[in-house]
Ligand binder design. Structure first.
Ligand SMILES: *Cc1c(COP(=O)(O)O)cnc(C)c1O
Length: 397
């Protein structure tokens, strides 16, 4: 197993960076494993730069925590994992180019299959490269109500017949994806999807003449229905210590919910402190006017770094353990916060955009609420170029 990159001290010239508590990631997997049935494999999703946490740091922490598989969106992410020494099964959610099927086989990946073009090319490869294509593991995606990927049960039957006619092709699973589970407490539609998938799996197994893995559970389903996570739980957001939604969190509160700890802190430093008279506009569009003599801190973080522009005049940051509100628009690389009521703040003081500072904490959920979005988007959109430093606990460096 390759070593995950481990750098513990931010480069002194970083304007903004993330600190990733790898121990929390590891512990979240242990907690989720304990929550699920022992027969359910756990497959954390590390797509989208591990929901902003850094692909390799997160992947290796999850493996230390006992992850059985890893899930990604692209072949590129899968190849980065293989290069770093990951040898557990890797499941690719996203579409694969027909021309890339051989590379996927060379990486021994698990692919989701739902397109005729892929089936046809696999049929050809079964003749031309039987040894290679044997290492590719196929999962049929059944349409159960999400209408994103997936094929009807009748098409799936044809796929299974065709795969069975080409023995080098390796069908190992049947899968689907929930459309409406974390956004509601009314789970009739999710129940219907689960039933449709199980019935399809039963029938296709019979047709294939061998057992198949059957999986649909994401974070919300794994937290809500741990005993119905079937063969494999593809868990994204909860692996990072975040809840799929406030709804799932409150629904799960009555169950024995696993302890989850957020693993990401997003920091910066005060670039400048300035005094502004009362009645002066702040920033682009003059969207805020001071109502008193005001002290501002200029923070070198903006929407390019992933701090959404909708946080203009809405967001807050922590400095010296206290909240400072954003004033005016969030710019491309800069925002301004009001520090008039804070103790003396100096250039270079640490700023927390997400995470804990002293007794105060700003969660990804809180930022999501200000930005009128979900915690998934907040963390996934922290720009990929910002350094991620592995820390051993959530205390400030
Ligand atoms: C991203 C993804 C998941 C994980 O979803 P979470 O809600 O983050 O747990 C599971 N399955 C598929 C197909 C996905 O794309």
């Amino acid at each position: 197993m390759g070593e995950a990159p481990s750098i513990t001290v931010p480069w002194r010239r970083d304007l903004t960076w993330c600190e990733i508590n790898a121990q929390a990631l590891e512990d979240n997997i242990k907690a989720l494993k304990g929550h699920l049935s022992p027969s359910t494999l756990i497959a954390p999703a590390v797509k989208s730069n591990a929901y902003g946490h850094g692909l390799l740091t997160a992947a290796h922490a999850f493996l230390r925590g006992g992850a059985d598989w890893l899930c990604v969106h692209t072949l590129h992410e899968a190849s980065l994992l293989r290069e770093s020494g990951v040898n557990v099964p890797i499941y690719v959610f996203g579409p694969t180019q027909v021309e890339d099927l051989e590379e996927a086989a060379a990486l021994a990946l698990h692919l989701v299959l739902y397109q005729e073009e892929h089936l046809q090319r696999l049929g050809e490869l079964a003749h031309t490269s039987p040894l290679l294509i044997r290492s590719l593991k196929l999962h049929l995606k059944i349409e159960t109500g999400n209408h994103r990927q997936g094929i009807s049960l009748s098409r799936a039957r044809e796929f299974v017949k065709m795969i069975s006619a080409h023995p080098p092709l390796n069908l190992i699973g049947v899968t689907s994806h929930f459309a409406n589970i974390e956004d509601t407490t009314e789970h009739r539609f999710a129940e219907l999807q689960l039933t449709r998938l199980r019935e399809a799996a039963r029938e296709l197994e019979e047709l294939a003449g061998r057992p198949l893995l059957c999986h649909i559970a994401n974070s919300a389903a794994s937290l809500l229905w741990p005993e119905r996570a079937l063969s494999l739980a593809r868990i994204g957001i909860a692996s990072y210590g975040l809840w799929p939604s406030p709804t799932v969190r409150s629904e799960t509160a009555s169950l024995l919910s696993p302890p989850l700890s957020p693993a990401l802190s997003w920091r910066s430093r005060v670039a400048q402190v300035r005094e502004v008279a009362s009645g002066e506009p702040i920033g682009y569009g003059c969207t805020y006017t001071t109502t008193r003599p005001t002290r501002l801190a200029v923070i070198p973080v903006g929407y390019y770094e992933g701090y959404d522009r909708s946080l203009s005049n809405r967001g807050q940051v922590l400095i010296k353990g206290q909240r400072a509100p954003i004033r005016g628009r969030v710019c491309m690389n800069i925002c301004m916060v009001d520090i008039t009521d804070l103790p003396l703040i100096c250039m270079g003081d640490r700023v927390t955009l997400i995470g804990r500072d002293g007794h105060e904490e700003i969660s990804a959920d809180e930022v999501a609420q200000w930005a009128n979005t979900i915690n998934y988007e907040v963390v996934a959109r922290i720009a990929g170029h910002l350094p991620r430093y592995e820390v051993s606990n959530s205390e400030p460096i």
